[in-house]
Design a protein around this ligand. Structure first.
Ligand code: F6P
Ligand code: MN
Length: 287
């Protein structure tokens, strides 16, 4: 089985937990904060165990890095070609409200024993658990979208490319007086002048998925509360930047392409994230 096949099995299991469970219980807090300082919910732990079980025994995987584990975990396969990072349950503060959550994953290839940056990524994707469970994966030719039906993922779209522009921007605008770079406020004003409207669910997978389907902007810029960024580089920013690139979109950390950021020492290191369709990226570049 390929790495993607194993991920499909895991995402199917997580989806079944969500649809058969009681969202009030699944979303209850079960322990003090994890290595990133986030509250840990019951479903975070269950999803992490499911993803680890699916990946740790795969013969091609040398190591994995999860949002819910302190450090990289090495497998028995010292010659495995790949490192896989994942956020087993993204947006878990939404579980108890019955709002979509997701799983994000990213496969890096070791080159001469090293991972230099996001340029080592060979595949990335996410599952979104809404009233449909969808799996979105990168290919050489755009994105493939699968629908979970009777415990099997059926491909419903092949080679998907995002629109070149869209009328929605997704940003937590309550941070606007804290944004560190004043270009961000000017850019958002420009989008508003363009008659765009805001949507913010607070689950990266869901907000990103809408941006991929509708076009526009997703951003979580640096602010005085999170001066190093809110979102995590290896299992949130890199995979979504790679997915946008494959779909014909663009990424930035306010300064350069997210895929060019050096692979961090700390697997939980954070970054600013901006993900655009083509026209919105060109407008940002004029600042
Ligand atoms: O994983 C972090 C996360 O939950 C993302 O899914 C989401 O985009 C972001 O945090 C929401 O942050 P805030 O609550 O500050 O809007
Ligand atoms: Mn997350």
């Amino acid at each position: 089985m390929s790495i993607l096949d194993n991920i499909k099995v895991a995402c199917c299991q997580i989806s079944n937990l969500l649809t058969s469970g009681n969202c009030l219980q699944l979303g209850s807090k079960i322990s003090v904060n994890n290595s990133c300082g986030d509250e840990v919910k019951k479903l975070d732990v269950l999803s992490n165990d499911i993803m680890k079980e699916a990946l740790l025994n795969h013969p091609d995987i040398r190591a994995i890095g999860s949002e819910e584990d302190e450090d990289i975990i090495y497998t028995e396969n010292k010659d495995g070609k790949y490192f896989v990072s994942f956020d087993p349950l993204d947006g878990s503060s939404n579980i108890k409200f019955n709002i979509s959550v997701g799983t994000i994953f990213c496969v890096f290839e070791y080159i001469d024993g090293q991972i230099e940056s996001g340029r080592n990524i060979v595949m990335a994707g996410y599952a979104i658990y809404g009233f449909n469970t969808l799996l979105v994966t990168t290919t050489d030719n755009g994105l493939d979208i699968y629908l979970l039906n009777n415990n099997r993922f059926e491909k419903i779209s092949e080679g998907y490319r995002m629109p070149i522009s869209g009328n929605i921007y997704a940003i937590n605008e309550s941070n606007k007086y804290r944004w560190l770079d004043n270009r961000i406020q000017k850019y958002v004003d420009l989008l508003i002048n363009d008659k765009k409207t805001v949507r913010w669910i607070g689950c990266m997978v869901t907000d990103v998925h809408r941006t991929l389907i509708k076009g526009g902007l997703f951003a979580y810029p640096l602010d005085s509360k999170s001066p190093n960024g809110r979102l995590r580089l290896i299992y949130e920013a890199y995979p979504m930047a790679y997915i946008f690139q494959c779909a014909g979109g663009y990424s930035s950390n306010e300064n350069k392409n997210i895929l060019d950021i050096k692979f961090p020492e700390d697997i939980h290191s954070r970054t600013s994230v901006m993900l655009f369709s083509k026209k919105e990226y060109e407008q940002f570049c004029t600042f």
